[in-house]
Design a protein around this ligand. Structure first.
Ligand SMILES: Nc1ncnc2c1ncn2[C@@H]1O[C@H](COP(=O)(O)OP(=O)(O)OP(=O)(O)O)[C@@H](O)[C@H]1O
Length: 211
């Protein structure tokens, strides 16, 4: 399975669609609009951070299981990024250290590969879309999901900035599968057909190199 990663507004959903279309495989999206916990979390992060992570963990494991047997199926977000977000929320005092520890051990337990299992749960390839903080802010504003808007909650500015910063180290240290990075500022695969062709070719070559 191929999985996308990248900050809020990086373009994971759009690239998931393009890549699945290219390979003629299935795309799996985690619907944001149908998520009942997300607006609650943005309203009261301290109360809902842990519940939100458990919700995501459950959903993402479901998606992973749906791809079993189809190496080219695409997931719009990696399960491993949730941990980055939750650690950030923990550092901001929105989750206790006990909640973070329990979450970490649950994730490790769920993702453990069992020798007798027919399919592995880790992806075959992680495709990381890197965007600058400015691009992130523009995309969040343009998309206009009300609960994500900084003018509704100015504290989100710092949250987004720290999140974007942490992605650099997160990607550098990611070692659950082969990985590749797309420069989402340079290559606007949504608006620019030439950039789209370049990105698809990069992914195609990477997938071929993995055999
Ligand atoms: N583990 C998590 N913890 C807290 N919030 C999360 C988590 N995962 C996703 N979110 C929130 O869910 C919303 C959707 O995020 P996500 O990055 O998955 O999709 P997206 O912004 O639509 O991405 P893209 O534009 O790249 O398709 C954002 O508001 C994000 O903050």
């Amino acid at each position: 399975m191929l999985v996308m990663s990248g900050t809020i507004g990086a373009g994971k959903t759009s690239l998931t669609h393009l890549v699945a279309e290219h390979f003629g495989s299935q795309a799996f999206y985690e619907s944001v609009d149908d998520n009942p916990i997300l607006p609650l979390f943005y309203k009261d992060p301290k109360k809902y951070a842990f519940l939100l992570q458990i919700y995501f963990l459950n959903k993402r494991l479901d998606s992973i299981k749906s791809t079993f047997g189809n190496d080219l199926d695409v997931l719009d977000r990696s399960i491993f990024e949730d941990s980055l977000l939750f650690h950030l929320n923990g550092d901001l005092g929105r989750a206790t250290s006990t909640e973070v520890d329990i979450y970490d051990s649950l994730l490790t337990n769920m993702m453990q590969e069992l020798p007798e299992a027919e399919h592995q749960k880790s992806p075959d390839l992680l495709i990381h879309i890197n965007i600058s903080f400015d691009t992130m802010l523009q995309r969040i504003q343009k998309r206009g999901r009300s609960f994500e808007q900084i003018d509704q909650d100015p504290a989100l500015y710092k949250y987004y900035q720290t999140l974007n910063d942490r992605y650099t180290d997160w990607y550098a240290n990611y070692d659950h599968s082969p990985k590749m990075q797309i420069d989402g500022d340079e290559l606007d695969f949504v608006a620019d057909p030439a950039a789209r062709a370049t990105v698809i070719q990069m992914i195609d070559e990477k997938v071929k190199s993995l055999g």
